[in-house]
Write a protein that binds this ligand. Structure first.
Ligand code: NG6
Ligand code: CA
Length: 497
């Protein structure tokens, strides 16, 4: 990975020496034992929950990945910027570069941490028309990450290669990579329709979008040719990125580090390593959840081995959006999870405006500093930026992190309350919901609402008495609905969508 130099010797007193922000992909509120799922013991997540503070009302800003991660890293609602929907694998970088705005990465650098982004990225790279055979710029280095080892987009999108510090890893220049999302099929390219016999049983597409280039026995979204020596093996992704995390931690050798680690699990395609296959009670989706837990455990061990004591180490564990069971492949998850409710007790899941779309697992573990327990504070991942900046005594440049609130007291468990309100968003813009206290408000999206089973008409729920968002109070409490409608309009008035 090249030399990793840690510039400053020690974190300031009161700051952790190591910060691990572990972001799972599509992991639901009820997908681990820590959140009460008896069928899915996850010993490492459980350890964090036992030793840390488990949040029951923490959210991503969006029920899909790209806008959720955009908010996490920039501290801004994604709807303030156009083009922040689910990105194809060849999209340009959507995060403003460091000369334009602070990110979580640049703030942590300013606070003296060596920073890394490892695993799923899905925030674009380069400026468009990307040439995968050349150094790619801008890249994570331009938004605050000293080291990066990333998957450009998702496991189900080409290119299926790792990009390390802006270069495709293990690329043979004799066999250049080409990628397109225009539908162009390359000469000799094998797709799900031309070569179905090449598909692994769990790599068969269940929709048209996932039926393009076959790589490692799984058809993907988008077309790719070349780069054979650089292709990942799906069963090794967890090990590959975890090993990159372990190397980064070891190279920091006890100096302050900030690791933004984004596991590919439990996103589709699900292709667990043989160590985990068949090991869970919940089929292939459960197996990759065990794999995710293992990756977390390995990073925790690597930190200890590198001399970061638990008291030195702040770990935040969360997921980028709510859960989905079947999402593009015939991988058997639907049958294996027939009795599993991954967002329980919330309604909806990935893609949804209901709570299950954005209410995600969120655990803060910092022994000695954060008392173990549970917190019902309303919190958003976007608040991590300003809260950590406050913890580290870093000032945030004007105009950056405008939606990020300092919620350090809630994060550290010294206050039981968090935000007063939060706007959440479902993947098709403009579609917003407002949380204000225990109320949830969803505007009337008319016929457009039906596409994600949102239903018609204005909706108002009291989550204290109705966590499943089943009893619409809007007709009975028109004044409350009107108040929240006005508040939502006020907050989202400069939406760029
Ligand atoms: C959707 C894909 C889905 C998944 C999602 C991104 C289709 C029909 N569905 O467009 O399979 O890849 O994008 O997931 O193509 S996310 O967690 O990165 O947001
Ligand atoms: Ca996701």
């Amino acid at each position: 990975m090249g030399a990793v130099l840690c510039l400053s010797a020690a974190a300031a007193p009161g700051q952790p020496r190591a910060i691990l922000l572990f972001v799972a992909d599509d992991l639901g509120y009820h997908d681990t034992s820590a959140y009460g799922c008896e069928q899915q013991p996850c010993p490492n997540v459980q350890r964090l929950a036992d030793q840390g503070l488990l949040f029951t009302d923490a959210h991503s800003t969006n029920s899909v990945c790209t806008p959720s991660r955009y908010s996490l890293l920039t501290g801004q609602y994604a709807w303030r910027q156009r083009g922040t929907g689910i990105l194809p694998g060849d999209a340009a970088l959507i995060i403003p570069t460091r000369d334009k705005a602070a990110t979580l990465g640049t703030l942590m650098q300013q606070a003296g941490y060596r920073t890394a982004a490892i695993g799923k990225w899905h925030l674009g790279l380069g400026k468009g028309q990307i040439d995968w055979n050349q150094p790619i710029s801008p890249a994570p280095a331009d938004v605050g990450f000293d080291y990066s080892f990333i998957m450009a987009a998702t496991g189900d999108r080409v290119p299926c290669v790792y990009v390390e510090n802006g270069r495709v890893r293990n690329l043979d220049p004799q066999e250049p990579i080409r990628v397109n999302y225009t539908g162009l099929i390359y000469p000799g390219e094998k797709t799900a329709s031309s070569h179905p016999e090449l598909l692994k049983p769990w790599g068969r597409p269940s929709d048209r979008q996932h039926a393009d280039t076959i790589i490692d026995g799984i058809s993907r979204i988008g077309h790719m040719t070349g780069g054979t020596s650089a292709l990942w093996k799906d069963q090794d992704i967890s090990d590959d990125i975890t090993a990159a995390g372990e190397r980064f931690i070891a190279a920091c050798a006890g100096k302050p580090l900030f690791l933004y680690f984004c596991t590919n699990d439990i996103h589709v395609p699900r292709d667990p390593h043989a160590r985990f296959r068949g090991k869970s009670q919940l089929g292939i989706r459960g197996d990759v959840t065990l794999q995710m837990d293992d990756s977390l455990g390995r990073l925790m061990s690597a930190l200890q081995k590198a001399g970061y004591t638990p008291q030195d180490t702040l770990i935040i564990f969360t997921s980028d959006n709510g859960p989905v069971i079947s999402d593009g492949y015939e991988d058997g998850a639907r049958i294996a999870c027939a009795n599993h409710k991954p967002a329980h007790p919330w309604r909806g899941g990935k893609y949804s405006l209901f709570e299950g779309g954005t209410r995600v697992p969120f655990i803060v573990c910092w022994p000695g500093r954060v008392q173990p327990g549970r917190s019902a504070a309303l919190l958003c991942q976007m608040d991590i930026g300003r809260s950590l900046a406050t913890l580290c005594g870093i000032s945030i440049p004007d105009g950056s992190m405008r939606d990020s609130e300092n919620q350090l007291p809630a994060l550290l468990g010294t206050s039981p309350t968090g935000r007063t309100e939060l706007v959440t968003q479902a993947f098709e813009a403009p579609r917003y919901a407002l949380r204000c206290g225990h109320y949830k408000y969803i505007p009337d999206y008319g016929s457009r609402g039906r596409t994600d089973r949102l239903g018609r008409g204005e909706q108002l729920y009291n989550l204290d008495t109705d966590p499943g968002e089943e009893h619409n109070l809007a007709p009975r409490q028109p004044e409350k609905a009107a108040e929240l409608r006005a508040m939502l309009q006020q907050i989202t008035r400069d939406s760029r969508h």
